[in-house]
Design a protein. Sequence first.
Length: 279
Amino acid sequence: MTATPELISPRSPRVSAARRLARRNFRGKERLFLAEGPQAAREAAGHGLTELFATIEAAERYADIVGEARDAGARVHLASEQVIADISTTVTPQGIVGICRFLDTPFEEILATRPRLVAVLANVRDPGNAGTVLRCADAAGAEAVVLTDASVDLYNPKAVRASVGSLFHLPVAVGVPVEEAVAGLRRAGVRILAADGTGTDDLDDELDKGTMGGPTAWVFGNEAWGLPEETRALADAVVRVPIHGKAESLNLATAAAVCLYASARAQRASGGCRSVTQS
């Protein structure tokens, strides 16, 4: 294993710069973010990885990732466990951390692809939820995700981890006002459905009516208070996921998964849905 001849010093400017990326203002200034753990680092190697830090043990265990990082032109640094702990934002680091360039896609580029399934996160504040919805959208075969200007930072380390690599798989637009997102998607021929527990339309009824087979964007709201009336008014329909048992409600990520898969099923009615491997 020959990543670099010496361990990088904890006082190195490279380590200090990596450590600062845990903070949003530095991420925005440098347009770089942390990809922590082997899964994220492996995905990042083909999508804008600029540097990789790994302990000697991790570099040996994940020699394929180190090789891919080098092939991608990234700088590879051997690091002590303390350096990795200083850079990482997790309680139990996995010994490998990448630094990657921002990946977001301009909203107009997404519209130009004429997407058939899109998830719009309006005022979603929890990074874990945002990353999980992104993962659900990827699994359901969505072509894009849009984070509105009032939503959490896409590159928050918790959001990156919760996406489990899906951040690197599909286009994501950030900072788009919800009104602009809805108007643009509608111009692109996409039907807008707002997901809300108090919606007037039932998801089962929508499926039974056969209205969900066309291009669709689902708008998902804040974890605590859902979608405000002015956002609901922008949609073509406000749809609730039916609760058939005694549960009070569904959390954001679960509701998003149900809605996105319902659309995926309707759009693939003749062939069914592909299987998904859980990690």
